[in-house]
Design a protein around this ligand. Structure first.
Ligand code: KIV
Ligand code: ZN
Length: 500
C-alpha cells in the first residue's frame, strides 16, 4: 500500500532567517534554495516580500531558478502585502501566497486591538484577495496554539470557503504540549465540515523544546504538511527542525506510516551549508546533524557499537549523508575502541602490546580531552623509557608572561642523585635549558631547536627537536608532550643522555 505523503514546507529562508544575526542576501538565498530543491522539499518559503527591497529581490530570484518546488511568499492580511508578494512571485512555476492573521484572543485584543468578528472578516478578505493573483493560497491562523478551538475551527472553515488550499495551524509561541496540540488538530478535523478541501499544515516553535513532538502529534492527528527549518533555526528558540521530523518519519515507520520526498542523504550537506552561510554553528548534541549525533565516546557504548552498530544507533549515519559513526577516544574509552582505532590506521597489536599502549593512552587522555589518530601514531611509535638513562626529569616548573622574568626550576635525577637548579632566560624554554645546564654543571651549545605540533587542536602534542654541540660532536634529542615546555626539556635531556 502506498503511504500517504507528508509535504515538507521549508521556511529556513523566511522564519529561519528571522534568527538574530542570520540575515541572508539574495545570492545566499538562491544558493540555499537550490540545495533545498536538491534535498527534495515541496515548498520553499523564500521570504516576506514587502518587508524589504532585498527580500523582495530574493523571492524574485529564487522564483526564477527553482523548477519543481512551490515558492511561497509571506504576507500579512493586508492588500498591499499581497500585491507585492504576487509581484515577487511572478516568475515562480508554482507560486503560493501565505497570508494570515492572529487567531488567539491575546493577539486579537493586544496586537490588533480588534474583535474576533473583525479579524475573521479580514482573514477571509485576505484569502479572497490573494486568490485573484494565485490559485494556491495558504492561510495561517497565527498563535493558533493559544487560540480557543471553537473560534479557530470557525476561522479554518471560513478561510477554506474563501479558497484557501492549505491552512496553517501555527503554535507561534511554542506554548502547547504534544497531547494538547494533537487534540487541537483533531478538534479541527472533527468540527470543520469542509476540512477535506484543504491541506492542514502545522508550524511549531521550540520555546519549551517541544516543536518536533508537537509536529509529530500534528501529523498523527491529520496534518499533511509540516513547516520546518534546517537545523531548527528560527525566531527565539527556533522552529521545528526539518531533519528531526523527516528522520522521525523514516525511523518510526510503524508509528508514522507516511513518506516524504526528502532525499535523506542530502541532509548533512544541507545542514552544513545553512550553518556556514548563516554563520550559526550547529550545537554538537543537535539530533541528526550535530557533530556528536553519531559519535560514541564511553567504553561501554563503543564496545556495543563495534559489536553491532544498532546496539547504540537507531539511524545509520550514511542515510543522512555522513560517512560513518565516530568512535571518539577519550579517557572513558576502552581497549575495544583503542584496538579498533589502531586498526583503522593500520596498526595491529597483540594483547600484551595493546595493554601497554592502553596505559599510555589513558595517561595522555587524562591530559588531553580527545585522542586523535596522530596521537595514536605517536603513542604506538614511542619507544619505552629506558631505565639506564643517566639523566631523568623529575620536575619542571616555569613562569613566564608579559610582566614576569622568565624563570624555570628543574629537578633532575642524575645517576640516581637529585639535583635542582633555577634558571633565568629569554623565555621559559631558555630558562629551563639554563636550569638543566646548572644541574649538569657542563655547558653545551644549542645548535638546533625546532617545535612542531604533531596532532591537532589547541591541546595538540608538541614535538621538539634539539641538537647539542660540544667540540665537533652533535647529539640530537627529541621530546613530545602536550606542554611545549615539557617537550623542550625532554628533548634537551634526550640529547644530553646520548652525549653522556
Ligand atoms: O510562527 C508563526 O505563526 C509564523 C506565521 C507567520 C506563519 O511564522
Ligand atoms: Zn513561525
Amino acid at each position: 500500500m502506498k503511504k500517504q505523503k507528508i509535504f515538507i514546507f521549508d521556511t529556513t529562508l523566511r522564519d529561519g532567517e528571522q534568527t538574530p544575526g542570520a540575515k541572508l542576501n539574495t545570492n545566499q538565498k538562491v544558493t540555499l534554495a537550490r540545495q533545498l530543491e536538491v534535498l527534495g522539499v515541496d515548498v520553499i518559503e523564500a521570504g516576506f516580500p514587502i518587508s524589504s527591497p532585498g527580500d523582495f529581490r530574493s523571492v524574485v530570484e529564487v522564483s526564477k531558478v527553482i523548477k519543481k518546488a512551490t515558492i511561497c511568499g509571506l504576507t500579512r492580511a493586508i492588500p498591499k502585502d499581497i500585491e507585492v508578494a504576487a509581484d515577487a512571485l511572478r516568475f515562480a512555476k508554482r507560486p503560493r501566497i501565505h497570508t494570515g492573521i492572529g487567531a488567539s484572543d491575546i493577539h486579537i485584543k493586544y496586537k490588533f486591538k480588534s474583535t474576533r468578528e473583525e479579524i475573521l472578516a479580514r482573514g477571509i478578505s485576505a484569502v479572497k484577495y490573494a486568490k485573484r493573483f494565485v490559485g494556491d493560497v495558504e492561510f495561517y491562523a497565527e498563535d493558533a496554539g493559544r487560540a480557543e478551538n471553537e473560534f479557530l475551527a470557525r476561522m479554518v472553515e471560513e478561510v477554506i470557503k474563501a479558497g484557501a488550499t492549505v491552512v496553517n495551524i501555527p503554535d507561534t509561541t511554542g506554548y502547547c504540549f504534544p497531547e494538547e496540540f494533537g487534540a487541537k488538530v483533531k478538534y479541527l478535523f472533527d468540527h470543520v465540515t469542509n476540512i477535506d478541501r484543504a491541506i492542514i499544515s502545522v508550524h511549531c516553535h521550540n520555546d519549551i523544546g517541544l516543536a518536533t513532538a508537537n509536529t509529530i502529534t500534528g501529523i498523527a492527528n491529520g496534518a499533511r504538511q509540516v513547516e520546518v527549518t534546517v537545523n531548527g533555526i528560527g525566531e527565539r528558540a527556533g522552529n521545528t527542525s526539518l531533519e528531526e521530523v523527516v528522520m522521525a518519519i523514516y525511523t518510526r515507520r510503524e508509528y508514522l506510516p507516511y513518506q516524504t520526498n526528502i532525499k535523506t542523504s542530502e541532509i548533512a550537506k544541507t545542514s552544513k551549508m545553512v550553518s556556514q552561510i548563516m554563520g550559526i554553528p550547529v550545537q554538537p548534541n543537535k539530533a541528526i546533524v550535530g557533530a556528536n549525533a553519531f559519535a560514541h565516546s564511553s567504553g561501554i557504548h563503543q564496545d556495543g557499537v563495534l559489536k553491532r552498530r544498532e546496539n547504540y544507533e537507531i539511524i545509520d549515519p550514511k542515510i543522512v549523508g555522513f560517512d560513518k559513526s565516530h568512535i571518539v577516544l577519550t579517557a572513558r574509552s576502552g581497549r575495544a575502541a583503542l584496538r579498533h582505532k589502531l586498526e583503522t590506521i593500520g596498526i595491529k597489536m597483540e594483547k600484551k602490546e595493546l595493554d601497554m599502549l592502553y596505559e599510555k593512552f589513558l595517561r595522555l587522555a587524562d591530559i588531553k580531552k580527545e585522542i586523535y589518530e596522530d596521537d595514536l601514531r605517536f603513542l604506538a611509535g614511542q619507544k619505552e623509557e629506558t631505565n639506564h638513562k643517566k639523566v631523568k626529569l623529575v620536575l619542571i616548573q616555569a613562569v613566564s608572561g608579559n610582566k614576569n622574568i622568565p624563570t624555570a626550576t628543574v629537578r633532575l635525577l642524575i645517576n640516581s642523585q637529585t639535583r635542582e637548579a633555577v634558571g633565568i632566560g629569554d623565555g621559559p624554554i631558555d630558562a629551563s635549558f639554563k636550569a638543566i645546564d646548572a644541574c649538569i654543571g657542563k655547558k653545551y651549545s644549542l645548535e638546533h631547536f625546532m617545535i612542531q605540533a604533531v596532532t591537532v587542536g589547541s591541546d595538540a602534542m608538541a614535538n621538539v627537536n634539539v641538537a647539542l654541540k660540544k667540540g665537533n660532536k652533535i647529539f640530537w634529542g627529541t621530546g613530545t608532550n602536550t606542554d611545549t615546555i615539557v617537550a623542550a626539556v625532554l628533548s634537551y635531556i634526550d640529547a644530553l643522555n646520548k652525549f653522556l
